[in-house]
Design a binder for this molecule. Structure first.
Ligand code: NDP
Ligand code: GDR
Length: 343
């Protein structure tokens, strides 16, 4: 079996590639041209996968890629995925994250209509939530240009399934994290910050809305759900979530406690990091996926945060060994440096 992953250099793409290789797939990854290669997350499998250059903005490149690969399964994970950037680059976000999906679907319809297609939809589509918890039937109310673009990607996938009989599915995934998460997302920003503070490379972390709540799972679990969706007899959409919500405050507490520090001594709330419109609370109901796909998460919130803190501690220790200079003494609980924290 041949699988093609767009966004293979991202967090999910790299975990999915690991998983599909273990299942015996030939794995192809779409990468866009850049002046400097950024393949860190797939460095460990670079000799086992084939990379093909194409871009979500360029329809002809997508068709050429599909003609070359002729995949059995396509996982469309590429997108501009950072919510705050979607306000400063709303048009580009719409092009990548929204219209990019229909470019992919058109290419599939014309070149390889028998391929199975997975679209990376998002809990951000629920935004200002209409009900708690959210299911496959909960109405959408996106709160950012990113969320609006994902709603387009979601419905165009449903529409191509219904219009052209494609095997096209959409996974509505809630937040999922890992040591490979980009450092601007809140979990990784916190665990990276904790490691830098503990080891003396930083004094504090600036945060935005620490009262917001998310349903956080482990990316390694979530990519398995993507694969299971493409193994079904009929195409359908599924919510993937843990069913447990935690606040950013809890994230801070659990991460700092792991290295025996009190988060209130190191966190500064910066109003500039508050979003123009916020999604305050997301909580997913993944009963359908648990029943039909036999999927369930295997990593708890605490385990996830500990895994990420430990990975960042290890990485920062290596940075120090390679010459990064601590500018302050390593932090201890008794020597806490007071940040200005809202209670
Ligand atoms: P990342 O930001 O880690 O990865 C995004 C990937 O998209 C990168 O490989 C990036 O390539 C690629 N990409 C972006 N623009 C283009 C383009 N124009 N052409 C080709 N490739 C492009 O995201 P995640 O792995 O976290 O998420 C994967 C998908 O799942 C995204 O669509 C995201 O919106 C969605 N999602 C994620 C959730 C999460 O919690 N992680 C939850 C729900 C949905 P490059 O390396 O070149 O930048
Ligand atoms: P999110 O993830 O917007 O849910 O999108 P992110 O980790 O960026 O934010 C989660 C929540 O934390 C609050 N927050 C902060 N966020 C960041 N990034 N930095 C901060 O300093 C900070 N302080 C508080 C945010 O306001 C927000 O409420 C992620 C992405 O992976 C999307 O691509 C995906 O679709 C959704 O998850 C599901």
């Amino acid at each position: 079996m041949k699988a093609l992953i767009t966004g293979i250099t991202g967090q999910d793409g790299s975990y999915l590639a690991d998983f599909l290789l273990d299942q015996g797939y030939q794995v192809y990854g779409m990468v866009r041209r850049a002046s400097t290669e950024n393949f860190d997350r797939i460095a460990h499998i670079k000799n086992r996968i084939t990379l093909v250059q194409a871009d979500l903005l360029d329809e002809l490149s997508l068709m050429g890629m599909l003609e070359q690969v002729r995949p059995d399964e396509i996982y469309n994970l590429a997108a501009m995925s950072f919510v705050p950037t979607s306000w400063s680059q709303p048009i580009l976000t719409g092009e990548f994250t929204g219209i990019g999906v229909v470019r992919m679907l058109e290419a599939v319809r014309r070149v390889c209509p028998k391929s199975r297609f997975y679209q990376a939809s998002s809990s951000e589509m629920f935004g200002k939530v209409r009900e708690v918890p959210q299911t496959e039937l909960t109405p959408f109310y996106p709160r950012s240009p990113y969320g609006v673009s994902k709603v387009y990607g979601h419905y165009i996938t449903v529409n191509y399934r219904e219009s052209y009989n494609l095997f096209a599915v959409s996974g509505i995934l809630f937040n999922h994290e890992s040591p490979r998460r980009g450092r601007e997302f809140v979990t990784r920003k916190v665990t990276d910050g904790v490691a830098r503070i503990k080891l003396g490379l930083a004094r504090s972390i600036s945060m935005g809305n620490i009262d917001s709540q998310r349903d956080w799972g482990f990316a390694g679990d979530y990519v398995q759900a993507m694969w299971r969706m493409l193994q079904q007899k009929t195409p359908d959409d599924f919510v993937i979530a843990t069913g447990k919500a935690h606040s950013v405050r809890e994230l801070l507490r659990v991460a700092f406690e792991r290295v025996d520090l009190d988060w209130k001594d190191y966190v500064v709330v910066d109003p500039k990091l508050i979003r123009p419109a916020e999604v305050d609370q997301l909580l997913g109901d993944s009963s359908k996926a648990r029943r039909v796909l036999k999927w369930k998460p295997s990593v708890t919130f605490e385990q996830l945060v500990h895994m990420m803190v430990e990975a960042d501690m290890e990485r920062v220790r290596q940075e120090i060994a390679q010459g990064a200079l601590p500018d302050i003494r390593p932090a201890t609980r008794s020597a806490g440096r007071k940040g200005k924290t809202s209670k």
